[in-house]
Design a protein around this ligand. Structure first.
Ligand SMILES: [Zn+2]
Ligand SMILES: [Zn+2]
Length: 390
């Protein structure tokens, strides 16, 4: 969705999908018609202010998969967050997210004197706006038992977890057909595979782990992804208003279908990656296909006439960052490091030795993507191939 806003006459309907379903308007038509529109629109529909704009953060398709940006853990005043549920949807729209889950605590309601503790309410309140703006809203709850927290997604009865012990609450989530993941495993110190976690795991009560929560990355928990075949999850766990899209930790979901069913299928299949500011975490296979889809490399390079220097031009078509360093190249070639920022083209300088070949060559350079982890402390390495023309 481009986020362009068309002017409509008051009461006129704009056909289309997603955001286009809502009346878009210019500041002028807004000021002329606000009175009439407030009568015509349900209270939950968000009228964008003139300065509201959606910040495009493209994550193009990777092979057959759409890459959706998801934040599956956030709070509102219905537990200990500081915003109303619809604000979470507006923020998600501005930051170009595709999927969110509002996951208020089941057993922690510091604002209960002022706000209902009914956990079905945040979803019900946010749902019409999410639908209108084309954002997938996953029904969720944060199962909060002492220092161990899990998010249960795709829940059906939001209030069924309250007052239960951890294992009973997780069993209830399973009964409801939820997808559950262990939240912020290292927030109270180094994470360990504690006995309640081991029990929950052997009872098949959870399927994912929040390896990234806000600014934290739990390196000690990273090996469990492979060891226990868990889905990688990364979220903001935001409590306050979101002010900077770039600081929000997200999960990238590789979905076949842009729908809640598609989201669920990707989670169940472990087709996810963590996106924490510049850091990416995922399987070697997913990250390398993501790199190949997002970073275009030249078919050939040729030194400028009379020089031994050529430019290797890489074009990043996504909102992701790629910090690149050549770790393997022919002996007669050195390649400078570079950082490919969002939607930018970078030049890696290629210097050729005096004994560089004088005939055309097929060349493979292995690039380390230093900010992408394909495993615990294992940076992603991708080969790129091009033709060298002397
Ligand atoms: Zn928590
Ligand atoms: Zn939380």
């Amino acid at each position: 969705m481009g986020g362009s806003m068309r002017s409509v006459t008051p009461g006129g309907s704009t056909p289309g999908k997603g955001f286009d379903k809502l009346p878009g308007m210019t500041a002028r038509s807004l000021s002329h018609s606000i009175g009439l529109l407030t009568l015509l629109l349900p209270a939950s529909v968000w009228l964008p202010a003139a300065q509201d704009a959606r910040q495009a953060r493209p994550t193009p398709k990777v092979g057959e998969f759409h890459v959706l940006k998801a934040d599956l853990h956030m709070h509102t005043v219905f537990s200990d967050g500081e915003v109303w549920p619809t604000t979470r949807v507006q923020e998600a729209w501005r930051e170009d997210l595709d999927v969110i889950s509002i996951s208020d605590h089941d057993d922690y309601h510091p604002f209960e004197k002022d706000v209902s503790a009914d956990l079905a309410r945040p979803f019900a309140i946010a749902s019409p706006m999410a639908q209108g703006l084309g954002i997938l809203l996953v029904p969720g709850v944060e199962i909060t038992k002492g220092d161990i927290h899990f998010n249960a997604l795709f829940v059906k009865e939001f209030n069924a977890f309250r007052g239960k012990e951890l294992q009973a609450a997780l069993a209830e989530a399973k009964r409801q057909g939820a997808f559950s993941f262990w939240n912020h495993p290292g927030w109270r110190g180094t994470a360990q595979w504690w006995p309640p976690i081991a029990t929950a795991y052997s009872d098949k009560l959870f399927q994912g782990i929040e390896i990234v929560n806000g600014d934290s990355y739990y390196a000690e928990a990273h090996p469990w992804i492979g060891q226990y075949n868990l889905t990688i999850i990364s979220n903001s766990d935001i409590h306050r208003p979101s002010l900077k899209a770039e600081e929000r930790s997200l999960t990238l979901l590789f979905v076949r279908d842009k729908s809640l069913e598609g989201v669920r299928e990707a989670l169940d299949s472990g087709r996810t990656a963590a996106w924490q500011q510049k850091r990416l975490i995922g399987s070697e296979a997913l990250l390398s296909s993501l790199f190949r889809a997002y970073v275009q490399t030249p078919a050939q390079i040729q030194p400028a006439a009379g020089t031994r220097t050529a430019a290797l031009q890489l074009r990043n078509t996504s909102a992701l960052h790629f910090d690149l360093k050549a770790v393997e190249a022919p002996k007669w070639m050195t390649v400078s490091p570079a950082q490919a920022g969002p939607l930018s083209t970078v030049l890696l300088t290629v210097r050729l030795a005096k004994d560089a070949p004088t005939t055309r060559q097929r060349v493979t350079v292995r690039l380390e993507v230093s900010n992408a982890l394909a495993g615990p402390a294992i940076p992603l390495v991708v080969p790129i191939e091009f033709e060298y023309i002397p």
